[in-house]
Design a protein around this ligand. Structure first.
Ligand SMILES: *Cc1c(COP(=O)(O)O)cnc(C)c1O
Length: 352
């Protein structure tokens, strides 16, 4: 056992804190949507693509490393192993290298080549398995073989982040909204991969006693929506085709009681919304941001029908450049999802 006073541990925590000190907060972008603005409904996206490792997983990776270090689970030379659909592994590879630790990402073979390249760029190694459901056992086995540590984001994401504040994503959103017409959001919309982001935001709004409700946008093939409805944690599903969100099993980190509403989003709708939003912003967003945008538009339309005013916030989870050969390639989309033109019309109509 390494004692808590280990110089290595001190240095490791100091390096992460210094990295944090050097970093800036992410921007909150107001969306220009006259069809809703005219009715007093304002939509915003927090741009999580601008972290050094390109997604909201940068926050999670920092929290998971600090949690593991402070628990005494990670030592000098420990191999860090993670099961991931890609983005978390990119961010953890960054922090593993910051601490001089070997890193192994266990991912489905379908993970985008751009993410694989980024993991390797940050000095990590990739181990591929045939299905999303096979990542957990493979990661645990590699950690055992190497005498390393399985980070296990799907279990620990919900507890590694300080939900009361400490500059978490929720506190930052509320601070950035302070001078807006509707500073307390009516809804915050997120996707769920680990469920960690929805848990942090859900706890924060309850603790602060805000009137904000949390909505999870769930892609086709994910188990979370059925679990939210039934409470049956043994349910399984085929798994999602939108990278980063939707899971084949009920992840321990997804806390059902913190989610007020689920919106099911068909794959073609996610793709259509990803395209429409990329056009609106003048830059490409990833597919899970498209899923979020469909749920935002659904909630905004409902508010307009009821004559309700207010703001709706969500996340720009990552940029579209990671997905140029896949979700932004029309041939790939046609092959993978079929004809999405009906969904495109639906999304365009929702945007007004
Ligand atoms: C992980 C992830 C999400 C969902 O965040 P969780 O906190 O894990 O639920 C959404 N989009 C992308 C691109 C992600 O990588």
């Amino acid at each position: 056992m390494t004692p808590p006073s280990s110089p290595w541990l001190h240095e490791a925590i100091a390096r992460i804190e210094a990295d944090y000190q050097r970093s800036a907060d992410t921007h909150l972008i107001p969306l220009r949507l006259p069809a809703f603005a005219a009715h007093g409904i304002d939509l915003y996206l927090k741009d999580e693509s601008t972290h050094p490792t390109g997604s909201l997983k940068h926050r999670l990776a920092r929290s998971l490393f600090l949690y593991a270090l402070c628990n005494g689970w990670v030592h000098e030379g420990s191999t860090i192993v993670e099961s991931s659909s890609g983005s978390t592994a990119v961010s953890e590879a960054y922090f593993a290298r910051l601490l001089g630790l070997p890193f192994v990402a266990v991912m489905p073979r379908s993970t985008s080549p751009e993410k694989v390249a980024q993991i390797e760029f940050h000095g990590g190694r990739c181990h591929f398995v045939d299905s999303a459901g096979a990542v957990y056992d493979a990661a645990r086995a590699i950690a055992e073989e190497t005498g390393g540590h399985y980070m296990d984001q799907f279990t620990y994401a919900e507890r590694a982040t300080d939900w009361r504040g400490n500059n978490n994503i929720a506190e930052s959103m509320f601070t950035q909204m302070a001078r807006e017409p509707h500073p307390v959001p009516r809804w915050i919309v997120v996707g769920a991969g680990t469920g960690g982001t929805s848990a942090t935001i859900g706890r924060y709004v309850r603790y602060q006693r805000h009137a904000t409700q949390v909505c999870v946008a769930d892609p086709a093939g994910s188990v979370f929506s059925a679990y939210h409805r039934t409470g049956d944690s043994q349910l399984t599903a085929p798994g999602s085709r939108i990278e980063g969100i939707g899971r084949p099993r009920v992840e321990p980190s997804f806390i059902r009681t913190l989610v007020d509403r689920m919106v099911d989003v068909a794959d073609c709708e996610s793709i259509a919304a990803m395209r429409a939003l990329s056009q609106l912003l003048g830059r490409r967003v990833g597919p899970s941001t498209g899923t979020n945008f469909v749920a935002m538009l659904t909630l905004a339309s409902e508010m307009r029908e009821r004559g309700e005013r207010g703001s709706i916030l969500s996340l720009l989870c990552d940029a579209g450049e990671r997905y140029l050969p896949t979700y932004f390639d029309t041939d790939w989309v046609d092959r993978t999802f079929g004809d999405c033109s009906a969904a495109q019309q639906k999304v365009d109509a929702l945007m007004g």
